[in-house]
Design a protein around this ligand. Structure first.
Ligand code: AMP
Length: 256
């Protein structure tokens, strides 16, 4: 696995080493887990070359503490990625990604008013801005995103269509631990006790499809609810457990 931390160096490699190869791209913020690995494995199957990036993007964090505490497990990440057979790992630097500070950003007018968009002001702007920058840098054939962040996947899909980017956006199903908790880098920040509560959250989220029932069950278990809502036949939830924000979503059959 080639590790590249300069955009110019990547551009030279892209031009000189990749020729007509198909390129699959998986942008991540590190803290590599089974969910990331599933995206990477799909890319390895579909493409000649697989590129992963790790960049903890400051502009998508509305909560400075969340940014500060975001897991950093680089040494372990490198081992996992190279063992999987990733061809290139990009570790871009903040100063190169944001050479003009945050002068230019991608605005969005619909999803920013609901679910994650509503709860995390500025999050989608920051997320779309970094994804567009990375897609323009990498120029992949296909890019892979998890349904775990469903609004994010949909927004990226629509942004690429709307801005005429010639890149296939490929969704991957949510990977879960054996107790149904969705894999997430933030799970690393859960204490033993909080991890148990997180499993209770996942369990309740899968047991019932009525947002009001789910909310009251979560409340009864002392789990702080941000939202539980059905949008377009999908159930979405966000909770906070001992300061760690967790989200989940799944398809539901709406009751008639
Ligand atoms: P992150 O490092 O959290 O920014 O995630 C990088 C990519 O991995 C995004 O496309 C996420 O949606 C995806 N991802 C994160 N967790 C999971 C999961 N449990 N299952 C599938 N994809 C995931």
């Amino acid at each position: 696995m080639k590790i590249i931390d300069s955009i110019d160096e990547w551009k030279i490699a892209r031009k000189n080493e990749l020729g007509d190869s198909t390129v699959g791209f998986i942008p991540t913020m590190g803290g590599i887990h089974q969910g990331h690995c599933a995206l990477i494995q799909k890319s390895l199957q579909d493409n000649d070359i697989t590129v992963v990036s790790i960049f903890v993007n400051p502009t998508q964090f509305n909560d400075p503490n969340d940014f500060k505490n975001y897991p950093n497990t680089l040494t372990q990440d490198l081992e996992i990625l190279s063992e999987l057979g990733v061809d290139y790992l990009l570790l871009p630097k903040q100063a190169e990604i944001y050479p003009n500070g945050y002068q230019f950003k991608i605005g969005e007018n619909i999803e920013q008013h609901r679910l994650e968009g509503k709860s995390r002001p500025g999050h989608f702007e920051g997320m779309l801005t970094i994804v567009l920058k990375l897609l323009n840098i990498v120029i992949p054939t296909c890019a892979y995103f998890g349904e775990k962040d469903y609004q994010q996947y949909q927004l990226i899909q629509k942004m690429c269509q709307d801005l005429f980017l010639d890149i296939k956006i490929i969704p991957c199903t949510t990977i879960r631990e054996s107790d149904l908790l969705a894999c997430s880098s933030r799970n690393l920040n859960l204490s033993k006790n909080a991890r148990k509560k997180a499993a209770i959250f996942a369990n309740i989220f899968h047991k019932d499809s009525d947002p009001d029932n789910i909310k009251s069950l979560l409340n009864r278990n002392n789990i702080e609810v941000d939202y539980v809502e059905i949008v377009d036949k999908r159930l979405f939830a966000a909770v906070k457990i001992d300061g760690v924000r967790l989200i989940d979503n799944r398809e539901v059959c709406e009751l008639s």
